[in-house]
Design a protein around this ligand. Structure first.
Ligand SMILES: [Cu+2]
Length: 367
């Protein structure tokens, strides 16, 4: 009974990461194929089960009948029929399967396609909107929370900075491996805007080390207008904090410690826009990717979560994180690319409580 309950529990319809509740045309194609195979397989199972039960009942042992049953070897009609039936059934299924595979693999082209480069990291996602540029030529870079407009073909070109990951937002498309030294593509098309603060959840789907389960994705779907507004807001630099505030003291710490790994784009008092932090090029085969070591924190507080979609973005969680990220999300710093983690003495960043509060006060100003 207990195993049956467990199996049936998998059918409950409220899984937020269910490929069976598609939110876009590609996911609907995949779901339709699943439905077709499911019902054909169900029909075969019912047919075979009926034959099986009938044979058991028809040829059961009867009281008083000691005679030996008729001895037979082989039945050409049943054997040929079984093979032909299976071949025909698989041939029927193969047509939409192959067509679906080709459709899912096709890389969308045209001026209306939104191009986004994705870099997988242990354990977070980096997104660069390569065609969304500020007047000074900067592109839009963000992390973990992906924003796209509704009803638009989005082409993700993806690579990894370290090990193999897999990008998966189940209600929008299947999963696609993200491989170091190579590039792979995945198309996203979402039907409807998501309510504010309720992004579509996704997940790294290739085991990539200790924090694999906490390498999540939040997909925000906008109307065209609200997407344009989001782009404009994200491309604007965050301000440098006013002198004499806690945030200003936090900036001294941030600039000395945090920019070793994290990027942030700020506008100083003279109106000059400066991007702090590392900027390196990663090769993904024939595509180059600009990449950092930690999430870009410009407009951090426009996000709903942090730690790769794992924790709600609030002062309490962020304070804990800046103090000791390993305590919240174990990340095995000796084995990953928390770039200069060893230099900085990770897991503890070595900041005292006053410095931590100042850094968090600074981060709060980056809305
Ligand atoms: Cu993973």
């Amino acid at each position: 009974m207990a195993p049956l309950v467990l199996v049936l529990a998998a059918c409950s319809g409220n899984g937020p990461q269910s490929a069976l509740e598609p939110g876009g045309p590609i996911a609907k194609d995949i779901d339709g194929l699943w439905d077709l195979v499911f019902w054909l397989a169900t029909a075969v199972m019912i047919f075979v089960t009926i034959l099986y039960v009938w044979a058991i009942w028809r040829y059961r042992e009867r009281a008083g009948d000691e005679s030996e049953p008729k001895q037979a070897h082989g039945n050409t009609a049943i054997e040929v029929g079984g093979v032909v039936f299976s071949v025909v059934l698989l041939a029927i299924i193969s047509v939409p399967t192959v067509r679906g595979l080709l459709d899912v693999r096709a890389i969308p082209e045209g001026p209306d396609v939104l191009q986004i480069q994705v870099t997988g990291h242990q354990w977070w996602w980096e997104f660069e909107y390569v065609d969304e540029t500020a007047p000074d030529g900067r592109t839009l870079i963000t992390a973990n929370e992906l924003h796209i407009p509704e009803d638009t073909r989005v082409n993700l070109t993806m690579t990894s900075a370290d090990v193999i990951h897999s990008f998966w937002v189940p209600t929008i498309n299947g999963k696609r491996d993200v491989v170091p030294g190579r590039s792979s593509n995945l198309t996203l098309i979402a039907d409807d805007p998501t309510p504010p603060g309720e992004p579509i959840p996704g997940q790294c789907a290739e085991f990539c080390g200790l924090a694999h389960a906490d390498m999540r994705i939040k997909l925000h779907v906008h109307t065209a207008d609200s997407f344009a507004a989001w782009v404009e807001e994200q491309l604007a630099p965050s301000p440098l904090p006013a002198e004499g505030t806690a945030a200003a003291a936090g900036w001294d710490t941030f600039n000395a410690v945090c920019t070793t790994c994290h990027q942030v784009t700020l506008e100083d008092v003279e109106g000059e826009v400066v991007t702090y932090g590392p900027d390196r090029l990663i090769t993904g085969g024939d595509v180059e990717f600009r990449s950092s070591f930690g999430p870009n924190l410009t407009h951090l507080f426009s996000r709903t979560t942090f730690g790769s979609g794992t924790f709600p973005l609030d002062v309490a969680h962020l304070t804990q994180w800046v103090d000791n990220p390993q305590a919240l999300k174990p990340m095995d710093p000796d084995r990953n690319d928390l770039a200069s983690g060893r230099v900085l003495g990770m897991p503890d960043l070595g900041l005292d409580p006053v410095e931590i509060a100042q850094v968090v006060a600074l981060l709060e100003t980056w809305k």
